[in-house]
Design a protein around this ligand. Structure first.
Ligand SMILES: Cc1cc2nc3c(=O)[nH]c(=O)nc-3n(C[C@H](O)[C@H](O)[C@H](O)COP(=O)(O)O)c2cc1C
Length: 239
């Protein structure tokens, strides 16, 4: 399967459509047949596809993400991928807030005010730049981690792992559809103004923004990915 090709997109979309059709209407949906031991492509094909998909995804700066973004069906398919993330205790310890174009001004206001809160001497240009960040990328979702309440007792680190997997599922899905994607964060993520805008409860935390759209150019990644030897050790016998 070719990544980013219309054939690849059709195949990926077909699997996603099947997933959507499997919905039970109770807020949870069955896995697509492929995930339950059904019609997976031959192992060599799916392995090659997975490797290509994962290795060719790269972070794209939101200013390089233009229209068209995902349509409604594609957005729903991407959210269904998020729901396929590992989730200890099935808590769905995260949520995504979509900020549509006609509401971006609210995010822009928060980014500007959060900057002035941090730095009352911020210049007009810096404030304008903070505001402008809210208008980039056709699709912008704010990723929120739900780190409590403590019952059931799934630790917050595990909950964050689940959110990371949900985000990665969406990034890879968007990449398979032929879109570019990028994550953005920054100090405004922790601002009370953003918390208020998104009506966060005490146990919730904004983590980052997920930006998706059509990449204007495919810039090669800066730097190589780490070699496994740099992050893997093997436990030896006890001393
Ligand atoms: C939680 C999170 C927040 C991020 N925030 C930013 C950001 O504010 N600005 C940015 O340029 N990249 C941001 N990134 C993207 C990383 O810089 C990017 O993933 C990294 O450089 C590796 O590049 P790659 O994704 O192309 O492999 C963020 C990544 C994560 C996981």
């Amino acid at each position: 399967m070719e990544v980013g090709s219309s054939a690849g997109n059709r195949e990926t979309m077909a699997m996603m459509t099947q997933h959507n059709q499997n919905g039970k209407g109770d807020g949870r949906s069955r896995e697509p047949e492929a995930a339950t031991g059904g019609a997976m492509p031959p192992a060599s094909e799916s392995w090659a596809f997975a490797q290509t998909l994962i290795h060719t995804r790269r972070n794209v700066a939101p200013r390089r993400l233009l229209e068209p973004g995902p349509d409604d069906a594609q957005l729903q398919a991407l959210l269904a991928l998020a729901a396929a993330a590992p989730d200890h205790g099935q808590l769905t310890p995260w949520r995504f807030v979509i900020v549509p174009q006609d509401q971006r001004h609210q995010l822009a206001d928060v980014f500007a005010l959060a900057l002035v809160d941090r730095d009352p001497s911020a210049t007009e240009a810096q404030i304008a730049s903070a505001r402008e960040k809210a208008y980039r990328a056709p699709l912008l979702l704010v990723a929120v981690a739900c780190l409590g309440p403590r019952e059931p007792d799934t630790p917050s680190l595990e909950r964050m792992v689940s959110l990371g997997a949900a985000i990665q599922n969406m990034l890879l899905g968007a990449h398979a559809m032929g879109f570019g994607s990028g994550l953005t964060s920054g100090k405004a993520m922790a601002s009370n103004r953003l918390r208020d805008l998104l009506a966060l409860i005490e146990e919730e935390q904004v983590v980052c923004c997920v930006n998706i759209g059509s990449a204007t150019r495919n810039k090669p990644r800066d730097g190589l990915r780490p070699e496994p030897a740099a992050f893997v050790q093997t436990l030896g016998p006890a001393a």
